[in-house]
Design a protein around this ligand. Structure first.
Ligand SMILES: [Zn+2]
Length: 185
């Protein structure tokens, strides 16, 4: 069996593709020294490789980005935060990751006691996710953002740090990659 790394344009950073003479159809991927290695059959055309790569890389990054990758683990984690900081809040019915939450970090429906948080948070420091979870859990007690609500959220010790982090992130996102922020005139 021979395995040859190949050059392919349009691959995400940190991805290496290797062709295997033994492979007929299957494509596999694994992590090696911080890179994602994708092994493809010897004769697979480049466009097919690209499709496989984007799919596999998405799957692998979901697998490695956070130890709380499953909704079950996320719910258990939220339950720990609730008992610690907001014991008077009811237990949420569900806490789930959402890929649709691009503008909002989290949401809570008080009637159903369901919480959703953006999968973007999985890439951020743990206290940022925790802060959003505490915020949404606090909505199970107060639906508004008034002073009582703020006092509940402030029980989480890294509230200010997390708010600062998210403001910085939003700011960077508004500017967008490659654009210069306009300074004071
Ligand atoms: Zn809110």
């Amino acid at each position: 069996m021979t395995i040859t790394p190949i050059q392919l344009t349009g691959l995400p950073d940190g991805v290496e593709v290797r062709r295997s003479s033994r492979r007929r159809k299957t494509v596999s991927a694994f992590r090696e020294d911080g890179r994602t290695v994708v092994v493809v059959p010897q004769r697979m055309p480049a466009d097919q490789i690209r499709n496989h790569v984007s799919e596999l890389v998405g799957r692998l990054s979901r697998r490695t980005s956070t130890p709380l990758r499953s909704d079950t683990a996320l719910l258990a984690h939220a339950e720990r935060l609730r008992t610690r900081y907001l014991p008077e809040a009811p237990t949420p019915a569900s806490v789930t990751w959402s890929t649709r939450q691009r503008r909002r970090w989290g949401s809570c429906t008080t009637a159903e006691r369901t919480i959703r948080v953006s999968t973007l948070l999985a890439e951020m420091p743990g206290f940022v996710l925790d802060y959003i979870l505490v915020h949404e859990l606090a909505h199970l007690i107060r639906s508004d953002h008034g002073p009582e609500f703020s006092a509940l959220v402030a029980r989480f010790p890294q509230t200010e740090l997390a708010e600062g982090f998210l403001q910085g992130f939003d700011h960077a996102r508004t500017i967008g990659p490659g654009e210069e922020p306009s300074g004071p005139q």
